[in-house]
Design a binder for this molecule. Structure first.
Ligand SMILES: Nc1ncnc2c1ncn2[C@@H]1O[C@H](COP(=O)(O)OP(=O)(O)OP(=O)(O)O)[C@@H](O)[C@H]1O
Length: 598
């Protein structure tokens, strides 16, 4: 449900961003660099106004003249006004450096986003092209281009931009890969947002800051390379640039050494300021990110026991159920060429208006089964057999190795929704709660923002948030874990899904809040008539909220059926052990005699 996420889920990006500005403001060197750069840019824009002479007009009466009232910085070897040329040269030099940076960003960033997010053949091909570009000697390429196309600074910088693209590509790809499997990205997918939207809003926000830093550095390098080429006499003498001026001044260094100072100062000040600014930005960001990133938990591998498929009794009636999982098998290829089977022949179903509990000890395959239904399995996972049907959509057909992302994407939001285990990691720290609630509703239900906003506020009331407007306007770090879980529940039910999957929805919460959240879930499920799956290791939760339960052990179903029956007369030793350990000697029947379950 989250509509964008940045950096560390525990370090809200907005805070980090405002912190960056504050830290930058406290760095006098960064401020000075910023002011000097801003001054140079403004002067270059105002060149036509500020210049006292035509930059290419040569006064042969005043060749190599020193500073005077008419020529503030003197004249060059053709009697042209140095001050005016310097201003116009700033325009060309800065614009050409910007061209190189823009080309590098335009190629490198989208390619890095795609390669990092999707991987696959594009990643492989892009890496190959990147390696090839990086192995080219840049200066030789630029000299060859100059020889082939003439002394145009624009063409040189365009080609230089292409040569610089790999640095942006690698930066973006690495950053995207590091957040690709974050929970909030999964949550955004499950809420029905498209890959393009997730990449542009959630993933791009992670690489924004490094790209800004890299741009500052790349622009400095572009100015240095551009000036270096022109200093060697490869620039267009008719176009004033700092490098061309430097080259002209160097030829007359014994006659008027002062001429060398102005373009050299302009180049030095601009490149140094860009480097200082880039470093200051990096330092500010690093200072603001000292809390380590919370990674998506991955359990230790354990060898699955031999398959002991016990199917949930009513599974064969495929057609009328809201969800049917039929003989599902999931595996992970191992280094030695073997396959680790983590879900082995699981069959279950869920009907409208009923709650199914999937219970089992840690590592028994509950989450893998739920992730397969949600289409959230990692890319490394393989469907080894079986099928999944949600409503009338087969998201896993017999024989397919992966969940069909196209089909599951069409179901997300309205057909199926998800309440995750860790509320905080599933909210994007860069956006307000309200924004994160409104966006999926606008996208999935096609309603206006105003209508979605009204519904979001109502939903916040429904899930028991006392001050909905304040929570709506708050960022995730400004609310508690219990409130965050309520917000996620509000988000999950906002599009009134047919099927809701809650993966250990109370595990991360304080015990006092757990019961309230379970009550809320049960209430919403009844009110909306949703089918619901609760993944849990806790039989207490099962007895409290579920109609039916399936017990998982080592990737297989140990047994399944009506909750009362299973609690009263568990058939399987493993179920008995699990019951004994969960209920710690308390009598489950006492809970059930007054229960309301059918
Ligand atoms: N990416 C992965 N690669 C390899 N094995 C994995 C991967 N993810 C999960 N597994 C394995 O799959 C098995 C089932 O994991 P799953 O997360 O479904 O367990 P679970 O019953 O939900 O446990 P918990 O209650 O602790 O979340 C475990 O043995 C786990 O090590």
């Amino acid at each position: 449900m989250s509509e964008a996420i940045v950096q560390n889920p525990q370090v809200p990006a907005v805070v980090a961003r405002s912190g960056v500005v504050k830290r930058l403001a406290k760095n006098p060197l960064a401020i000075l660099a910023l002011l000097l750069l801003a001054g140079t840019v403004v002067a270059s824009f105002l060149a036509p106004v500020l210049a006292t002479h035509d930059p290419n007009f040569g006064d042969l009466q005043a060749v190599l003249a020193g500073p005077s009232a008419e020529h503030i910085l003197g004249t060059d070897s053709l009697g042209r006004d140095v001050f005016s040329r310097l201003l116009f040269a700033s325009q060309v030099t800065l614009a050409a450096a910007a061209l190189a940076a823009v080309v590098a960003i335009a190629i490198g960033v989208p390619a890095g986003l795609l390669a990092g997010y999707h991987g696959g053949w594009f990643d492989g091909s892009a890496n190959w092209v990147t390696n090839m570009l990086m192995s080219l000697p840049g200066i030789i390429v630029l000299l060859a281009v100059r020889a082939a196309t003439g002394p145009s600074v624009w063409i040189s910088m365009l080609v230089f931009g292409v040569l610089l693209a790999p640095s942006f590509y690698r930066l973006t790809r690495t950053a995207v890969k590091s957040v690709r499997n974050e929970l909030y990205v999964d949550a955004a997918r499950v809420s029905g947002l498209s890959d393009t939207r997730i990449m542009s809003r959630h993933i791009f926000s992670v690489v924004r800051a490094p790209i800004i830093i890299q741009t500052a550095n790349v622009a400095g390098v572009a100015i240095a390379i551009q000036s270096g080429l022109e200093f060697l006499g490869l620039g267009d003498p008719l176009v004033p640039t700092w490098g061309v001026m430097l080259s002209d001044a160097f030829r007359n260094v014994y006659l008027t050494p002062l001429l060398l100072v102005w373009p050299a100062l302009a180049i030095a000040i601009t490149t140094v300021c860009l480097a200082i600014l880039g470093n200051a930005l990096r330092d500010s960001l690093e200072d603001g990110q000292k809390v380590p990133r919370v990674r998506k938990p991955r359990l230790e591998a354990s060898a699955p026991a031999p398959s002991a498929v016990t199917t949930d009794t009513a599974t064969n009636a495929v057609s009328d159920h809201l969800l049917v999982v039929d003989g599902l098998r999931i595996g992970y290829p191992q280094a030695g060429g073997t396959m680790k089977t983590v879900v082995d022949g699981v069959s279950l179903h869920v009907d409208r208006g009923e709650v199914l509990g999937i219970v089992g000890e840690s590592g028994s395959g509950k989450s893998q089964t739920a992730f397969a239904i949600l289409g959230l399995l990692p890319d490394t996972a393989e469907i080894l057999g079986g099928g999944i049907t949600i409503g009338s959509t087969r998201t896993v057909t017999p024989g397919s190795r992966q969940v069909s992302q196209a089909r599951i994407a069409a179901l997300r939001g309205k057909g199926i929704a998800y309440i995750p285990q860790e509320p905080m990691s599933n909210l994007d720290p860069a956006f307000t709660i309200g924004y994160q609630l409104v966006r999926p509703m606008v996208k999935v239900l096609g309603i206006s923002k105003a209508e979605a906003r009204r519904r979001a506020l109502e939903l916040l009331v429904t899930v028991g948030i006392v001050n909905p407007q304040r929570t709506f306007d708050a960022y995730p770090h400004e609310i508690s874990g219990g409130m965050a879980q309520r917000v996620l529940i509000a988000g999950a039910v906002s599009c009134e899904p047919d099927l809701l999957i809650a993966d250990e929805p109370t595990t991360a919460l304080d015990v006092t809040v757990q019961a309230e959240v379970l009550d809320l879930l049960r209430d919403l499920q009844k009110r909306l008539g949703m089918g619901m799956i609760i993944v849990t290791h806790n039989f207490g939760v099962v007895s409290d909220i579920c109609d039916r339960v399936v017990v998982m052990k080592d990737g297989t179903l140990a047994e399944g059926g009506d909750v009362r029956t299973i609690l009263r007369a568990p058939q399987h030793d493993y179920t008995r052990q699990l019951l004994a350990s969960t209920l710690e000697g308390k009598l489950p029947m006492s809970m059930l005699t007054t229960g309301t379950k059918a």
